[in-house]
Design a protein around this ligand. Structure first.
Ligand SMILES: Nc1ncnc2c1ncn2[C@@H]1O[C@H](COP(=O)(O)OP(=O)(O)OP(=O)(O)O)[C@@H](O)[C@H]1O
Ligand SMILES: [Mg+2]
Length: 313
């Protein structure tokens, strides 16, 4: 049985007072067992919503359709109780907001491995080992701390420890290096790298940190306004980007000259009917405002949602 996660025609929208916000627009994606897939893109493009939908962690105003297969089961068909059987052991989620994800009145050591049925001694040594691995020292003191006593970066690493406690088959990590200084970021990178390279554990890495994604990911998918617009091998996407949006995103990075991209992403309530990048695109053609482009395959194996790569034209 394959441990791949196959996302098919996933749509997620939210009902709000302003209208329906379409945050994931018919996305199909295969997460291959043992591989690291990076999900990058501007703020608000739908990365976290996509990650949260895999484990049914979305808030109640979310309307979800499509299928997400894992171990031949459609995770989206499971109720809240059944999906809990997959959380932690099969698929772990390291959330983006350390401030709200931890229980404020419980010592962090008790939150790592909470509910896991193993002896107290084994649990204790595993907790100390994980704190050490994520450079939370001295581990004995950190274990007995409450979340308010830790910095944002430390809480982020506590969440990572909670996530990997059960040696999951999959980790969905949402911004695991956010708010960390360069040295600690490097350590978190090394820990994640160790986990994914020494085990069969696969990962969906959601990040703005393109250097982290370059070092960790086998494949990168780029999200723009609820669509995946480019997907391919990490080196291709980051060094030989095809989609005009990906090119702009790379050039806007500090290490590439910090050139800001023209314009803003469209509203996700009544988005434009053609290519959602049309108004900002330096290469736009008439057809782009009329029709949403399909995915076109390039000769180096990337897939790009852009008419520039439509060979029939
Ligand atoms: N509960 C909600 N109700 C209404 N809209 C929501 C809700 N949660 C998310 N959204 C909207 O969905 C869109 C995508 O949000 P998401 O958090 O997935 O973005 P993101 O790509 O993870 O951004 P960031 O990089 O800032 O984390 C945003 O426009 C956001 O406002
Ligand atoms: Mg997010």
């Amino acid at each position: 049985m394959t441990l791949d996660i196959k996302i098919k025609n996933l749509n997620v929208s939210f009902l709000t007072n302003e209208g329906t916000v379409q945050t994931v627009d018919d996305i199909s994606l295969k997460l291959e067992m043992g591989k690291v897939l990076g999900l990058i893109g501007e703020t608000g493009s739908g990365k976290s919503v996509l990650g949260l939908s895999i484990l049914n962690l979305l808030p109640s105003n979310a309307c979800v359709s499509g299928e997400i297969f894992y171990k031949n089961i459609n995770l989206l068909s499971l109720n809240k109780k059944l999906i809990r059987n997959f959380r932690g052991k099969d698929i772990a989620f390291i959330p983006q907001n350390p401030g709200t994800a931890l229980n404020p009145i419980m010592k962090v050591g008790n939150q790592i491995g909470e509910g896991v049925k193993i002896s107290k001694e084994i649990k204790e040594s595993k907790v100390l080992n994980l704190l050490q691995r994520f450079l939370l020292s001295p581990p004995g003191k950190i274990k007995n701390s409450y979340p308010f006593e830790l910095s944002g970066g430390m809480k982020q690493r506590v969440l990572a420890s909670i996530g990997i406690f059960n040696n999951p088959n999959w980790i969905i990590a949402d911004e695991p290096t956010k708010g960390l200084d360069a040295i600690v970021r490097q350590q978190v990178y090394e820990t994640l790298h160790k986990i994914t390279s020494n085990t069969d554990c696969g990962m969906l890495l959601i990040t703005h940190d393109l250097i982290l994604s370059k070092n960790l990911c086998n494949t990168i998918a780029v999200m723009y306004a609820s669509d995946i617009i480019e997907i391919g091998k990490t080196s291709e996407v980051l060094e030989n980007s095809k989609h005009p949006y990906t090119k702009g995103l790379i050039l806007s990075q500090p290490h590439k000259g910090l050139k800001p991209m023209y314009g803003f992403a469209p509203s996700l309530i009544n988005p434009p009917k053609g290519c959602k990048f049309y108004t900002r695109c330096p290469n736009k053609m008439d057809i782009c405002s009329l029709k949403k482009p399909d995915f076109y395959k390039t000769k180096d194996g990337s897939k790009v949602r852009c008419f520039l790569f439509d060979k029939s034209k």
